[in-house]
Write a protein that binds this ligand. Structure first.
Ligand SMILES: [Zn+2]
Length: 197
């Protein structure tokens, strides 16, 4: 009962993408090389990855760290290092971040308006569309809980506020689909560990 050190490097994207990749990698290894306890590959280690906080200066440093610190009973380790990694151009990721912000703003405004409508003293409000008298506490979003008509409880001022946010959001509808990733200075990972044999 020994163990063999096994590792690979990953530079295709952020850690969340590596996690998904690693699970597929484990399955593939088990399929190709067997999944008994002493099959001697990363696929038989525990599910998941132990991400190291430290960012190493080179692939070699990252690999050495894992080799010296990993225990075969644990998940494989992922050690980030400064290297070359594939990433979307910053212009694109900035755009995605701005769209996310506009989206959050829109929903936050909508939620704030619903809260304002609920906070009014009179207990009920009537729907402009179906005339139902609704207890304000049952209003959860911009739709009438009875007829599902949109915006019926919103005043002109409310709608104006929401429209302003919606306008900012619509600017981003035209974002071009993800451009190809580029190889740039970034964070890559060594994934590895001691695998029982
Ligand atoms: Zn209604």
């Amino acid at each position: 009962m020994g163990s063999t050190f096994s590792f690979y490097t990953y530079n295709q994207g952020p850690f969340e993408e590596l996690e998904a990749f690693h699970e597929a990698y484990r399955e593939e290894e088990c399929f190709e090389n067997g999944n008994d306890t002493y099959a001697g590959h990363l696929g038989i280690l525990q599910e998941g990855l132990a991400l190291q906080k430290q960012i190493f200066n080179s692939e070699e440093e990252a690999r050495n760290f894992i080799e010296e610190n990993h225990h075969k009973c644990n998940q494989a380790m992922a050690a980030p290092y400064k290297g070359k990694a594939y990433a979307y151009p910053k212009s694109y990721t900035d755009l995605i971040a701005s769209r996310k912000k506009a989206e959050n703003d829109f929903y936050a405004t909508q939620a704030a308006i619903v809260q304002e409508i609920k906070a009014v003293k009179s207990k009920t409000i009537s729907c402009k569309a179906c005339r139902s008298v609704i207890n304000r506490q049952f209003i959860a979003d911009m739709y009438c809980p009875v007829c599902r008509e949109k915006d019926v409880f919103f005043s002109k001022t409310h709608l104006k506020r929401l429209e302003a946010k919606s306008k900012k959001l619509r600017v981003f509808v035209q974002i071009a689909p993800p451009k190809k990733k580029e190889l740039v200075d970034g964070i890559a990972y060594v994934v590895g560990g001691w695998c029982p044999t």
